[in-house]
Design a protein around this ligand. Structure first.
Ligand SMILES: CC(=O)SCCNC(=O)CCNC(=O)[C@H](O)C(C)(C)COP(=O)(O)OP(=O)(O)OC[C@H]1O[C@@H](n2cnc3c(N)ncnc32)[C@H](O)[C@@H]1OP(=O)(O)O
Ligand SMILES: O=CC(=O)O
Ligand SMILES: [Mg+2]
Length: 526
């Protein structure tokens, strides 16, 4: 560990540390840590307490104590000019090539992701900050694979997603306690780029992941307000779009916007973590078992209720409601499969635009033009905030809590094992987003796969097509078989696949449900 003279933060060495972890940056991180980390830990403890109540049979509902906020006629602060039109947002990890390609992709926005799409190795976290610093200053370039990469004259507006509240940064400590991953990613980006952003006439824009309550939104709002004061920024320079990607947050959308009203840039429907959260929060309930992952689509009534409620809530408050990510990506070398992938994305984006979303996410530059064409056609203005769409919608707690019916199949079980294994192996390698079977897989999609295996075994489900019981012993055998197959297909990867297999066995066969696969995974990450 290296200790600097000005702060009590210690950190592991790294070639990028000199630039990123400057004395001033460390002092700012220390300030954030000492002011906000104890409350973060209390919020995490409150999640555990809520889980105990859910395990005992309580179901979420709209909060009686905040009824006045829901009934009130407030709005969020007006949006800055460069957040008015967000029709296509590309997302991707903070890898140097991806950052350049995403900024050049033709999308209006780019969300640079320290979260679902990133494996939080020390190297990725620090080089990600360097890449963003260079991108903000427009000096970013790269020569790789015989190609030269640099920014186009016109680029996407940058949004940054820091890690969720549950994640720590073990490579940097304060009095032997790890720093918060959220504060580390947020603090470094804001510290290094605030003045540059102001000079460029724009702001500091964030996506906030995995919130479970409006009290967590309040914590972020306090972090933003303190940061603006500490760095001499005008109130509202920091703007955040909150992902509604937990079942609990779906019941507190108004309250989350209200807490952040001076800093809000709306909400987003993070569908993959939302599905994962549904499994996780209702782990003990036999009436909340989900069918095969492929069947829990945005077209199901439960997911439609969620996305329409997000649109209604945002528009009532003058805020944008951004859609989510279709996992289909272009398929090289198979025209028919490629056409099917594009048709899937088109249908998803049309549903979102027709429902009233103000923009959407794509996972790949190849999908930008398609999503833009759909939103240009169905959303003539910069957004649909004043469109009145979903204004008369009535969503009940039951609408949000009734899972779609459908089978659990042999193929569903096998795909979950295969995808979980391949994803965990990639994540342990330091890659947080990977193509598997022509789908984008990241931490959120992989969470669904491994959580379903646990849920189906824990609740003694049987496959509908072969009547095979899903059991811990059966899953262990299946994981071994898939590991052997993948090891044969991918020479040299056996040790990493074996490591992934061991982690996956633990996750799906243990009695207790593990809240995030990234928590035990991080213990093995360098
Ligand atoms: C649930 C959620 O949270 S969704 C949001 C988080 N997830 C993500 O952001 C995933 C984003 N997508 C990706 O990471 C990638 O598209 C992957 C991993 C799925 C596939 O990536 P690849 O295998 O590199 O795809 P492919 O080979 O088709 O890429 C072609 C080119 O597009 C680039 N590219 C692909 N996806 C992206 C992206 N999202 N952003 C920028 N560039 C991209 C590649 O770098 C490559 O560039 P090159 O031609 O200069 O070498
Ligand atoms: O972050 C997005 C999601 O779908 O999860
Ligand atoms: Mg997510």
């Amino acid at each position: 560990m290296t200790q600097t003279t000005l702060t009590r933060i210690q950190h592991q060495p790294h070639p990028d540390a000199g630039r990123v972890l400057s004395a001033g940056a460390l002092a700012f991180l220390e300030d954030l840590h000492t002011r906000f980390d104890a409350r973060r830990l209390e919020l995490l403890a409150a999640r555990q307490e809520r889980q105990r109540r859910l395990d005992a049979g309580e179901l979420p509902d709209f909060l009686p104590e905040t009824a006045e906020i829901r009934a009130g006629s407030w709005t969020v602060s007006p949006l800055p000019a460069d957040l008015q039109d967000r029709r296509v947002e590309i997302t991707g990890p903070v890898d140097r090539k991806m950052v350049i390609n995403a900024l050049n992709s033709g999308a209006r926005m780019f969300m640079a992701d320290f979260e679902d799409a990133s494996s939080p190795t020390w190297g990725n976290c620090l080089s990600g900050q360097v890449n963003l610093m260079d991108a903000v200053r427009r000096t970013i370039s790269l020569k790789q694979g015989g190609k030269s990469y640099r920014l186009n004259p016109t680029t996407a507006t940058l949004l940054v997603r820091p890690r969720g509240l549950h994640l720590q940064e073990k490579h940097a400590t304060f009095q032997d306690s790890p720093l918060s991953g959220s504060l580390f990613d947020f603090g470094l980006y804001v510290y290094h780029n605030a003045q540059e952003r102001i000079t460029q006439g724009t702001g500091l824009y964030f996506y906030i992941p995995k919130l479970e309550s409006h009290l967590e939104a309040r914590w972020w709002n306090d972090v933003f307000t303190f940061t603006e004061q500490a760095l001499g920024l005008t109130r509202g320079t920091i703007r955040a779009t909150v992902l509604i990607e937990t079942i609990l947050a779906a019941f507190e959308m108004d309250e989350i916007l209200y807490e952040l009203r001076e800093h809000s840039a709306g909400l987003n429907c993070g569908r993959w973590d939302y599905i994962f959260s549904f499994i996780k929060k209702f782990r003990t309930r036999h009436d909340k078992i989900l069918p095969d992952r492929a069947l829990v689509s945005m077209a199901t009534p439960m997911m439609q209720a969620y996305s329409r409620l997000a649109i209604q809530t945002c528009h009532k408050r003058g805020a944008p409601a951004i859609g989510g990510m279709s996992a289909f990506i272009p398929v090289k070398g198979d025209e028919a499969a490629n056409e099917r992938a594009f048709a899937q994305v088109r249908a998803d984006k049309e549903r979102e635009a027709e429902n009233g979303h103000d923009g959407t996410w794509v996972a790949h530059p190849g999908m930008v033009a398609l999503a833009k064409e759909v939103f240009d056609r169905l959303m003539p203005g910069p957004n649909q905030i004043g469109s009145g769409k979903q204004a008369d919608l009535k969503v009940t707690a039951a609408d949000l809590l009734t899972p779609p019916a459908g089978p659990i199949t042999e193929a569903g079980v096998n795909t979950n094992v295969d995808v979980s294994l391949q994803y965990l192996a990639a994540w342990l390698d330091g890659r947080g987003a990977v193509p598997i079977h022509h789908l984008m897989e990241d931490a959120a999609t992989a969470e669904i796969s491994r959580a379903q295996l646990w849920q189906w075994a824990h609740h003694e489900q049987r496959t509908s097509d072969h009547d095979t019981p899903v059991t811990p012993e059966g899953l262990t055998r299946l994981i071994d078989a898939h590991t052997a197959r993948l090891s044969a297909e991918q020479p040299g990867r056996q040790p990493r696949l074996a490591q992934a297999a061991s982690l996956l066995k633990e996750l799906v066969t243990q009695d207790q449900f593990e809240d995030f696969l990234t928590l035990p995974g991080y213990q093995q990450l360098s």
